[in-house]
Design a protein around this ligand. Structure first.
Ligand code: CP
Length: 318
């Protein structure tokens, strides 16, 4: 595997899941695979889970790991080509990327949507520049339009907890005080559309996601109706995608908060969220602290998804 930015990069999804459970059950089986190989993780944005789980995944594989926080201690990077650099940016990303590539064997990149230019975001420009100019295998640690390590971990978690062959999985929008990217719901939809699940998306009107990821999945505007009979509730906020409201907050309606009354409509569903989560905006204390909440094992599976992806990249280097 040379790049990991979406579900298609995994190839056969069942095979990838089988491999992930092998990794989960025996994480140190490949502890020399990454000997003398270096994993560089580049963060343009904050992180807790991705940073720690990916670093741990590299360490499980015997790799050396390096982390660069672009906004803390690195030169301020210019990302647009053609700019006259007489402002506050010191280094162009088109030099910085190949330099970073020269110090490592595999690169993970986190670079969120900026909501300044929809086309720049939709092209996943920063991630693509790393793929094009680093000369090394690159995986997304959340780009402008997708978070495939999260979605792979989500699928592993659903596989781990499901009680029926084809569970009903509901992705629900929930309110948040800040404008958040669509990366997590995009990748979740991308994966659920490939998985053996009955997938439903629910959100207020105006929050329609990119059809490239929804791909004809059922969209239900009545959240309570969507919850009926669900086996998994996956909550997430995202800002508007469609023009002319790209990147805007259209609603903070707390009637969309996931609470015990709505969870009672489900088939005793498990509650999922990628974290970090705003309590009593996205989900009530009672629901996230309930026995049906699997947010902690879901986060733990981030190590498994990252290790499976990095392992495949190391195997391809041989
Ligand atoms: N879910 C997730 O990616 O968490 P972090 O932003 O903390 O890495």
């Amino acid at each position: 595997m040379r790049t990991y930015t979406n579900v298609k990069d995994l190839g056969n999804l069942q095979q990838a899941l089988n491999e992930a459970f092998e990794v989960k059950n025996n994480p140190y089986k490949w502890d020399t695979l990454g000997k003398n190989k270096t994993l560089l993780m580049v963060f343009f944005n904050s992180s807790l889970r991705t940073r720690l789980s990916t670093q741990k995944a590299g360490m499980n594989l015997g790799m050396n790991t390096m982390v660069l926080d672009i906004n803390q201690g690195a030169w301020k990077l210019e990302t647009e080509r053609g700019v006259i650099m007489d402002g506050d940016t010191t280094e162009h990303i088109l030099e910085a990327i190949p330099v970073m590539g020269s110090y490592c064997d595999i690169i993970g990149v986190r670079s969120f949507a900026r909501f300044e230019n929809k086309e720049f975001d939709c092209q996943d420009t920063i991630l693509k520049q790393f793929i094009q100019y680093s000369g090394k295998p690159v995986f997304s640690m959340e780009g402008a339009i997708g978070h495939p390590l999260q979605a792979f971990a989500d699928l592993i978690t659903i596989e781990q907890y499901k009680k029926t062959d084809r569970p009903k999985v509901v992705l629900t929008w929930a309110p948040h005080p800040k404008a958040l990217p669509q990366a997590v719901p995009n990748s979740f939809a991308d994966f659920m559309n490939e998985a053996n699940v009955d997938f439903v998306i629910t959100h207020p009107k105006g929050y329609e996601l990119d059809e490239k990821f929804v791909r004809g999945a059922r969209v239900e505007y009545d959240q309570r109706k969507a919850f009926e009979g669900a086996d998994f509730i996956y909550a997430k906020n995202w800002s508007a995608f469609q023009d002319p409201h790209y990147g805007q907050i259209l609603s903070k309606d707390r009637d969309w908060t996931v609470d015990t009354e709505k969870m009672a409509l489900t088939n005793n569903a498990y509650f999922m969220h990628c974290l970090p989560v705003r309590r009593n905006m996205i989900v009530t204390d009672d629901v996230i602290e309930s026995p049906q909440s699997i947010v902690i094992p879901q986060a733990a599976n981030r190590e498994v998804s990252a290790q499976t992806v990095i392992k495949r990249m190391l195997e391809a280097l041989k």
